[in-house]
Design a binder for this molecule. Structure first.
Ligand code: IPM
Ligand code: MG
Length: 354
């Protein structure tokens, strides 16, 4: 029996709507080939709409639970107050829908794309599992002594046992399904002693997953290893803040932010899929943004929906696009958005293999 899924599409700002449209044309191709359907509902949420007065409240997020998945383009506009639309929309979705996993595959599609010398596609293929609901992210701020030299701002950094265990467990389960079965915890528990809670979750769960090899390292060292020896990594589990930073570094070693896709996931529940690049206002409306990140988000979404074969086909089509040179690069301007998407869609229809 073929599936039918209800999808919400939030194009957002800047290049967001263009790359999501392009990615949806790849989804069309996957639907035809793999015999499933999606019903799509667009929402006009964006930082630009925020400037015009639209507020996305928790009450508006709640009904999204009735859908199967959400595809998000990008949120961010130069006229919007810094951080506020992100707070309402991005953190609103992540926290409101309890999307505790932020999954960010770091995959080198083609040897030519990495800035690292002598590295090939065999060396860089890991996945960052970023905790997505806790930490110091998006917390209220307390301010004292305003206007004086003693002014101080403070914000809480929170890790709960439940929050820590569920993300570390997710990472162990993911590592178990991958050939190398290796899991590295990235934290800063030498300076932020509260992150010891991650070390203890890793040690506790390691007993349940004796088949997964574990490692733990500080985030500064991990950043160095990612550049010097990216082959060392398979699955990384880390906190919200560090996951944000190392996933951009990871994207850089595979050719830039244009490649990255991410899933904001609560297993078995409605989840949000997005490219990791921003709204790039400079390139908006020109049809030159790379849709590769957004297409990668479609692959992650398909996997989440249980359409594994379609997910593999989309991923395989991206790889084939780079191999054959039909995808020319990841930077804006390296190709036309729709031409890249058409090439990928064609290869999905024609059945490229991963
Ligand atoms: C990301 C982004 C967001 C984050 C910003 C836009 C708030 O950088 O998804 O990585 O920090 O989580
Ligand atoms: Mg980021």
């Amino acid at each position: 029996m073929s599936g039918s899924y209800r999808i919400v599409v939030i194009g957002g700002d800047g290049i967001g709507p263009e790359v999501t449209d392009a990615a949806l044309s790849v989804l069309d191709a996957a639907e035809r080939r793999f015999d499933f359907r999606t019903e799509r509902t667009a929402l006009p949420w964006s930082a630009q709409a925020y400037v015009q007065g639209l507020r996305v409240t928790p009450e508006m997020i709640e009904p999204l639970r009735a859908y199967d998945a959400i595809l998000l383009g990008a949120i961010g506009h130069p006229d919007a107050p810094r951080g506020l639309p992100e707070h309402d929309i991005i953190f609103g979705l992540r926290r409101g829908l309890d999307l505790y996993v932020n999954l960010r595959p770091i995959v080198l599609y083609d040897d030519r794309l990495t800035p690292l010398r002598d590295r090939t596609t065999k060396d860089i293929d890991f996945i960052v599992v970023r905790e997505n609901t806790e930490d110091v992210y998006g917390r209220p701020i307390a301010r004292t002594g305003e206007g004086t030299p003693d002014e101080a701002v403070t914000s809480e950094m929170i890790f709960t046992r439940r929050g820590t265990e569920r993300i570390v467990r997710y990472a162990f389960e993911l590592a178990r399904r991958r050939p190398r079965r290796h899991l590295a915890l990235v934290d800063k528990s030498n300076a932020l002693r509260l992150q010891e809670i991650y070390r203890s979750a890793l040690a506790d769960l390691a007993r349940e997953f004796p088949d997964v090899e574990t490692d733990a390292m500080y985030v500064d060292a991990a950043s160095m290893w990612m550049v010097l020896h990216p082959e060392r990594f398979d699955v990384i589990v880390t906190t919200n803040l560090f996951g944000d930073i190392i996933s951009d570094l990871g994207a850089a070693v595979v050719g830039g932010l244009g490649s990255g896709a991410s899933g904001n996931i609560h297993p078995g529940k409605v989840s949000v899929f997005e490219p990791i690049h921003g709204s790039a206002p400079k390139y908006a409306g020109q049809g030159v943004a790379s849709p590769v990140g957004a297409i990668g988000a479609i692959a992650l979404m398909l996997e989440h929906l249980g359409e594994g074969a379609a997910a593999k086909a989309v991923d395989g089509a991206l790889r084939e696009g780079f191999r054959t040179g039909r995808i020319k690069g990841l930077d804006a301007g390296s190709g036309r958005t729709m031409e890249t998407a058409d090439a990928v869609a064609r290869s999905v229809r024609e059945g490229a293999v991963a």
